[in-house]
Design a protein around this ligand. Structure first.
Ligand SMILES: [Zn+2]
Length: 286
């Protein structure tokens, strides 16, 4: 009988073989280039309202090409400031408004933004089962064709700051759990949901790009990424230390320049890079 436990045992029993097989596995690629995707449901899971900014060009493109894009943020971001005047509640509210404004610039509707409301900075100390159950609920409800998430690591665990590390593993754990009918069974027997296996993954990262195997040309969506990113006034530029909801023209220009500077290039084109993975979530880290 197949169960999560027996799969883990099977993995443990033959990990030598798996390692060998992984080393020989050709680089995975989507059947169709991301630029041609349409009609798909896309879910991005991040820890903070702005983790999605690393993928804004790709999300804008997917949205423009007739895909349904959802962004799920685990925390309210209620700690991320160096401005001594802001309270947690104020910051949570500011960051929600910033995120909704950014998503609007990408063409993503406010009801496609889901925030699970956990405290910023403490994600790995939350009740993991409860967080995974919450995520499984949304995975089973939205049934995404593709999950965007922080990269949990291909061979070794990635070094991320705490919430990103937790979000990487929680997203992967939820993707695994969502496929098991007998896990969180109440969602199925009482809430009308069904188990679901996510077929494709796009893992993002913020500084260690060695595992990337897919680069999306965002030339046509670069300006949208710049506009969207310039809404995170509390996070970048002078607002980090001295928040002002109405920045001057000059400050806004500087914000846009900062976002533009963060866009990577490859062969002279603006890109966003990912580790693409396809298959059962049991081998998500391999
Ligand atoms: Zn973050």
């Amino acid at each position: 009988m197949k169960s999560p436990g027996s799969v883990l045992l099977a993995l443990a029993a033959c990990c030598g073989v798996l390692t060998l097989a992984a080393a020989q596995t050709p680089v995975q690629k989507p059947d169709l280039p991301v630029e041609k995707w349409t009609g798909k449901t896309i879910l991005l899971i991040g820890a903070h309202a702005d983790d999605d900014a690393l993928s804004h060009g790709t999300l804008a493109m997917l949205q423009a090409h007739g895909n349904q894009v959802y962004v799920l943020t685990l925390t309210t971001g209620n700690v991320g400031t160096q401005d001594p005047r802001l309270s947690r509640l104020q910051l949570a509210d500011i960051r929600r408004q910033e995120e909704l404004a950014a998503l609007k610039d990408l063409g993503i509707a406010p009801d496609h933004y889901i925030n699970l409301g956990y405290d910023d900075g403490m994600l790995e100390f939350e009740d993991h089962k409860a967080v995974v159950e919450n995520l499984v609920y949304w995975i089973r409800k939205l049934r995404p064709d593709v999950l965007f998430a922080w990269d949990p690591g291909k061979v070794y665990q990635r070094w991320h700051k705490a919430d990103h590390r937790a979000a990487a593993y929680l997203a992967a754990d939820a993707a695994r759990a969502a496929m098991w009918r007998l896990l969180f069974q109440g969602q199925i027997s009482q809430q009308g949901l069904k188990e679901f296996t996510i077929p494709e993954y796009m893992f993002y990262n913020d500084y260690d790009f060695q595992d990337e195997n897919l680069w999306v040309d965002i030339s046509a969506f670069e300006e949208q990424r710049v506009r969207a990113g310039s809404h995170y006034i509390s996070q970048f530029g002078p607002g980090w230390k001295n928040y002002n909801p109405n920045p001057s023209e000059e400050e806004l220009k500087a914000m846009k320049a900062l976002v533009r500077k963060g866009i990577r290039t490859r062969d002279g084109k603006p890109i966003e890079g990912f580790r693409y993975y396809r298959g059962l979530p049991d081998a998500i880290g391999k």
